[in-house]
Design a binder for this molecule. Structure first.
Ligand SMILES: [Zn+2]
Length: 207
């Protein structure tokens, strides 16, 4: 049996939200999904793209992983879960907008930073293996205090992920014709502010 708090929350949703939008859900069930955005977000429970962007079911294809990393394209080998989700969104659902959502105080980035700094990656740890993806971003840090470096890395990693996305074969061809648009944002959890990456200036700007 599910924990009681989950049952209560579900029943509240069913009675107060689903019941009011029953026709909308019936339409989704009948016609299938056609989300406008692919969102790549961290698994961190404090960051919820559906809440920040106030989206309804069917509007955003959300894929979450530790530290919202988009790995370099490597078909059918490592890290294929994230790559497959993006490929599905682009090629099967024809989604034209991809948004990477990073955030302040990211534990994944902090751990990855420490592993890079100490040169201490563990081949037997899935987390370590995954976080080794941020090595190229780590080398772009302009060295300051650890706290500032980690904060920099949260944003550099978003820019690196956008760069990786640009090299995905099924995105590359579309980007040249400007059919697919890529965005990177960074959410400050404590203040609720959102910064958007300006690819020309190569900096984040507050929205
Ligand atoms: Zn995180």
């Amino acid at each position: 049996m599910l924990p009681k708090d989950l049952i209560d929350k579900y029943q509240d949703w069913k009675e107060n939200i689903f019941s009011k939008e029953k026709e909308y859900f019936e339409k989704l069930a009948k016609e299938g999904q056609s989300p406008k955005y692919i969102i790549i977000s961290c698994v961190d429970s404090r960051v919820d793209p559906n809440t920040i962007f106030r989206s309804k079911a069917g509007e955003m294809l959300v894929h979450r992983n530790i530290a919202n990393i988009v790995p370099p394209y490597n078909h059918l080998r490592e890290h294929s879960g994230t790559i497959a989700a993006i490929e599905f969104g682009v090629t099967a659902l024809n989604i034209k907008n991809i948004v990477i959502v990073g955030h302040s105080g990211c534990g994944g980035i902090k751990n990855g930073y420490q592993m890079c700094k100490d040169g201490a990656f563990d081949d037997n740890s899935s987390i370590s293996n995954w976080l080794s993806l941020i090595k190229p971003s780590y080398h772009k840090i302009k060295d300051a205090s650890d706290t500032e470096n980690i904060s920099q890395l949260e944003k550099i990693s978003i820019a690196s992920s956008l760069e990786n996305l640009r090299n995905y074969p099924f995105i590359k061809s579309s980007i040249n014709s400007e059919a697919i648009k890529l965005y990177g944002v960074w959410n400050d959890i404590g203040t609720g502010s959102l910064e958007s990456y300006n690819t020309e200036k190569k900096e984040f700007e507050k929205i």
